[in-house]
Design a protein around this ligand. Structure first.
Ligand SMILES: NC(=O)c1ccc[n+]([C@@H]2O[C@H](COP(=O)([O-])OP(=O)(O)OC[C@H]3O[C@@H](n4cnc5c(N)ncnc54)[C@H](OP(=O)(O)O)[C@@H]3O)[C@@H](O)[C@H]2O)c1
Length: 350
């Protein structure tokens, strides 16, 4: 099994290479800058290949992916960098997964590449990181207990989360780029406040203030859950004064500020706890609640993406663009993450 990692010079790309080698899979490092790719290869490592190619040269990208079984794309922000990599993976006959969580990117991939992927007989599964796969899957598992669903809420809480430079850049793109709403079978432009303004997170006796979040589940979940509405919210505490100030700044100031930050959290700062909670209200008034809890967003993202391509290659999946919950057995995939600190449960609450 040979897997190409695009954006292999980045914080997450390097974790992908480590995970591929831990699993005993062949790794090809790809990205726009040959020197940074070579720097990403740890001293003494000889069982990886380096194949540089920029996103502005699609034939070079196709050649870089040629002979690989799958591509894991970690180069972001995806809305500006991602599409040529998707096209090249399909053209090279490779399955494709990525670590995107950007709503508008996901919508574009579903809208544009479904037929091409189907014709090529490959599966394209975006959003295969800790953010969004658990949210997409727990929404599916929760909703199926009360389907058809009137209202589905996905609520995030992240504690002590040190972001990488790439995550900050993507988050700024997500928030500034506008968002989508899903209601009664249609996606429309968002920009409106959340219906839900507070939420009781696991272990809390009181509700905490929440705000609307442009989660990619708005795009992925309606493809596999029958629901009138989907809303994604986040604990309002995530919007620190520093984050709010960054979002008001012009793009060049954001870029300069982010470039001066460390690449990402040190290993001992990584294991921040996260909760993703899905609440589904059925048309008949029954309510179900599902919770996924995990640690170390970056390491688990590498575990998820590598297992994701392994399953596509070994077990097969239908060709086309798929949400995580369409490509895999949800309970089986979340169970696979248990040794890496992920737990999940679903219960009928009323
Ligand atoms: N969903 C999740 O849970 C999750 C988890 C982890 C990461 N992510 C996402 O993954 C992405 C990468 O994160 P990171 O932490 O690895 O960031 P990072 O350390 O800043 O790395 C960014 C990578 O993207 C490449 N890149 C940037 N612009 C490019 C361009 N125009 N053409 C080609 N390559 C380009 C960089 O290449 P150079 O080295 O040449 O600059 C580098 O390899 C972000 O979008 C982040 O949000 C998501």
């Amino acid at each position: 099994m040979k897997i190409a990692v695009y954006g292999a010079s980045g914080y997450t790309g390097k974790l992908m290479i480590t995970e591929l080698r831990r699993r005993g899979f062949g790794a090809v490092l790809s990205g726009r800058n040959a020197e940074r790719l070579r720097d990403a290869v740890e001293a003494g490592v000889t069982d990886v290949e380096v194949r540089p190619a920029g996103t502005d040269d699609e034939s070079a990208l196709v050649e870089a992916f040629r002979g690989c079984d799958a591509v894991i794309n970690c180069a972001g922000p995806f809305i500006s960098v991602g599409e040529p990599v998707v096209r090249a993976a399909i053209a090279a006959g490779c399955h494709y997964v990525d670590t995107s969580a950007e709503q508008l990117f996901l919508q574009r991939i579903f809208d544009t590449y479904a037929e091409d992927a189907k014709r090529a007989g490959v599966s394209v599964v975006p959003a295969m990181g800790y953010d969004i796969l658990p949210g997409d899957m727990i929404a599916h598992l929760t909703a199926e207990r009360v389907e058809p669903v009137e209202e589905l809420t996905i609520a995030y809480r992240v504690g002590e989360f040190d972001m990488t430079r790439g995550t900050i850049r993507s988050a700024v793109e997500m928030i500034k780029g506008g968002d989508l709403v899903y209601e009664d079978g249609e996606w429309g432009r968002g920009g409106i406040p959340a219906k839900r303004t507070s939420f009781a997170y696991p272990g809390d006796s009181e509700e905490s203030p929440t705000v609307r979040w442009p989660g990619a589940e708005i795009v992925s979940v309606p493809r596999h859950v029958r629901t009138h509405r989907v809303e994604v919210i986040i604990d309002a505490a995530a919007f620190t004064p520093e984050m709010s100030a960054l979002l008001q700044s012009p793009a060049d100031e954001v870029d300069m500020f982010v470039s001066g930050l460390p690449e990402g959290p040190s290993t001992d700062r990584r294991p921040a706890a996260t909760f993703t909670v899905a609440e589904a209200l059925g048309d008949d008034g029954r309510q179900a609640r599902g919770v996924v809890q995990g640690v170390d967003i970056y390491e688990i993202t590498a575990v998820i993406a590598v297992e994701g391509v392994r399953r596509l290659i070994d077990d097969g999946a239908i060709g086309g663009v798929l949400a995580p919950a369409q490509a895999y057995d949800c309970a089986g995939f979340l169970d696979f993450l248990a040794p890496h600190g992920t737990t999940w449960n679903v219960a009928i609450t009323s």
